[in-house]
Ligand binder design. Structure first.
Ligand code: ZN
Length: 243
């Protein structure tokens, strides 16, 4: 089975449509989403509807939970909080109800799925090997997927050694047939690893490999939509830099 993993779409329709186009040409069987459909970007309804239609499992991220009223707004910094308030005002009732049904953790095909981390599914950022070690101790599945940090990376551990981690640039792949793994596909709609292209990951469950992909999209179009919506301009600028 071949699975496309997407995460952290953040209401960026331009990026999501480009990634879904890439995925459509990659003969995958399923699409799984690790959450944060909304927040930051200008087209939350379109992104929620695409995710609902095209994924077989979709998690909730911290921004989704805030828009659904399940996480206090006080937990969000200035610009992120402003985006959550804006999103609540513009989204359809039906789409807010849909994201309220989503959970920040799940499992499918013996793979653990978390928005944040296996220890703390909503908020924890797994960006260091030391923290990955604690998550690998906590996780019930040999291979787990996380989002939230918007950085494409992998951590693995085997043979009694401590975990090690690597940033995963476009086109890199890992063989996941042995050891314990934590993989982050990167972000569709707001990459923060210096590569502004939209990120997704192809997981081949039979071949036991993961491949990290990036795809070009209309960044200027997404940035213009953010400015036109009167969302904080910093949300538009960061798309161009992948930060
Ligand atoms: Zn996010």
């Amino acid at each position: 089975m071949r699975v496309a993993i997407i995460s952290d779409i953040h209401a960026n329709r331009h990026a999501l449509e480009a990634v879904l186009g890439d995925i459509a040409g990659s003969s995958v069987d399923e699409i799984w989403c690790l959450g944060d459909l909304v927040g930051y970007g200008a087209e939350p309804d379109a992104c929620v509807e695409l995710a609902r239609d095209q994924t077989v499992i979709c998690l909730a991220g911290n921004h989704d939970l805030a828009v659904a009223g399940e996480t206090p707004l006080a937990d969000f910094s200035g610009a992120a909080g402003a985006a959550v308030r804006w999103t609540r005002q513009v989204m359809t009732h039906e789409n807010i109800e849909y994201i309220a049904t989503l959970s920040p953790s799940g499992a499918r095909e013996d793979i653990g799925l978390f928005h944040g981390s296996p220890r703390e599914p909503v908020w924890e950022y797994v960006l260091s090997a030391a923290l990955a070690d604690l998550c690998l101790d906590a996780q019930e599945h040999r291979v787990c997927l996380v989002g939230h940090s918007h950085v494409a990376l992998s951590f693995d551990r085997g043979g009694g050694e401590p975990a090690t981690g690597e940033l995963r640039p476009a086109g890199s792949g890992v063989a996941i047939g042995g050891g314990e793994w934590l993989l982050n596909p990167g972000s569709v709609g707001q990459p923060r690893d210096g590569d502004p292209r939209a990120a997704w990951m192809l997981l081949d469950l039979d071949g036991e490999t993961a491949r990290f992909n990036r795809c070009e999209y209309d960044i200027a179009g997404a940035a213009d939509a953010i400015r036109a919506a009167d969302l904080p301009a910093s949300m538009a600028e960061r798309l161009e830099h992948g930060q």
